[in-house]
Design a binder for this molecule. Structure first.
Ligand code: NAD
Length: 300
């Protein structure tokens, strides 16, 4: 049976590991949190005492951690670096959203020891992790991309090969920077329409069918009450937090600086989301940026 070590069982990693277990993989799960371990156990995973124990002898090692420093510590620099125990035929798949430089340097350290590594950040959020419909954006060799598909296809619906090491991370932040710009623009346009007496639902439908149509209008309308199942109609609960969008925009700014790419729209979107967070909205869904624009007193 194929053995998968899964490190990091949070909002995303927990359901991803559960889907692998449900599909018949032998999942050895580890997290620093006792609650996360309990949940993994009830989802059919075998709980390991340490990341080292989980990774020893595993065919795949998957990590889903908060940031680059956690990934570097886990594989290379911590007290018990996993690269010391991972077998050579195994493949490491880091699904965390981290900076491309860390992804490239950890990949190089692994490959120097004969251990394959791909960065495979995801799009699709907690809902996609639970439903097994995530999009994986993979950076690494063609051979490792093919090897990774065996497990990625269980957890996701769309699996893309973006290029060599780090390319998955670059593609992911390009996408999220564009998403932030589209969301800010959509909030701005709807707000202007409403302030001029338009019904937000009617205006949204017009723009959706016109040249301003975009993903936010299609499936994630930021104005409360326009779309029944969107976070905007649930007090901006659930969905993709402002804090996480700001994290991804910070990574996008790093990429822009390192490559001298002009990102005036991305910088403006980052400032808007940061201002919104400063008003205490970091834990709300990112479409709550609508609140920054709304002039509640002026609305009828
Ligand atoms: P989370 O904070 O819910 O989970 C992270 C988990 O990692 C926690 O359970 C924590 O205890 C564990 N952890 C930290 N260091 C560890 C270590 N050394 N060993 C073992 N476990 C460790 O975060 P999340 O929402 O699951 O996000 C994980 C990653 O996925 C992040 O990089 C995030 O940017 C990315 N992401 C999140 C979403 C989302 O909607 N939540 C969407 C796309 C991508």
């Amino acid at each position: 049976m194929t053995t998968v070590a899964f490190i990091g069982l949070g909002n995303m990693g927990g359901p991803m590991a559960a889907n692998l277990s449900k599909a018949g993989f032998d999942v050895r799960a580890f997290d620093l949190s006792e609650d996360a371990l309990e949940a993994a156990k009830s989802n059919g995973c075998e709980v390991a005492f340490s990341a080292l124990e989980a990774a020893t002898g595993a065919d795949f090692v998957i990590s889903m951690l908060p940031a680059g420093k956690h990934v570097r510590e886990l594989y290379v620099e911590g007290n018990a670096p996993l690269f010391e125990v991972i077998k050579q035929s195994a493949l490491v798949i880091d699904c965390s959203t981290i900076d491309a430089d860390t992804a490239r340097s950890v990949a190089a350290e692994g490959e120097a020891l004969g251990i394959g590594f791909v960065d495979a950040p995801v799009s699709g959020g907690v809902g996609g992790a639970q439903a097994g419909t995530l999009t994986f954006i993979v950076g690494g060799s063609e051979a490792h991309f093919e090897q990774a598909k065996l497990v990625l296809e269980v957890m996701g619906k769309n699996i893309f090969h973006a290029g060599d090491h780090g390319a998955g991370q670059v593609a992911k932040v390009c996408n999220n920077m564009l998403l932030s710009i589209l969301m800010a623009g959509t909030c701005e346009a709807i707000n202007m329409g409403v302030k001029n007496g338009l019904d937000p639902a009617v205006l949204s439908e017009i723009m959706k069918q016109s040249s301003g149509g975009n993903w936010a209008l299609n499936v994630y309308n930021p104005y409360p009450g326009v779309m029944e199942n969107a976070p905007a109609s649930k007090n901006y609960q659930g969905g993709f937090q402002v804090d996480l969008m700001i994290k991804d925009l910070g990574l996008a700014m790093d990429v822009s600086q390192q490559s001298a790419s002009a990102v005036p729209m991305g910088s403006a979107a980052r400032s808007l989301f940061t201002l919104h967070k400063a008003k205490g909205n970091g834990k709300l869904d990112f479409s709550s940026l609508m609140q920054l624009y709304r002039d509640k007193e002026g609305e009828s």
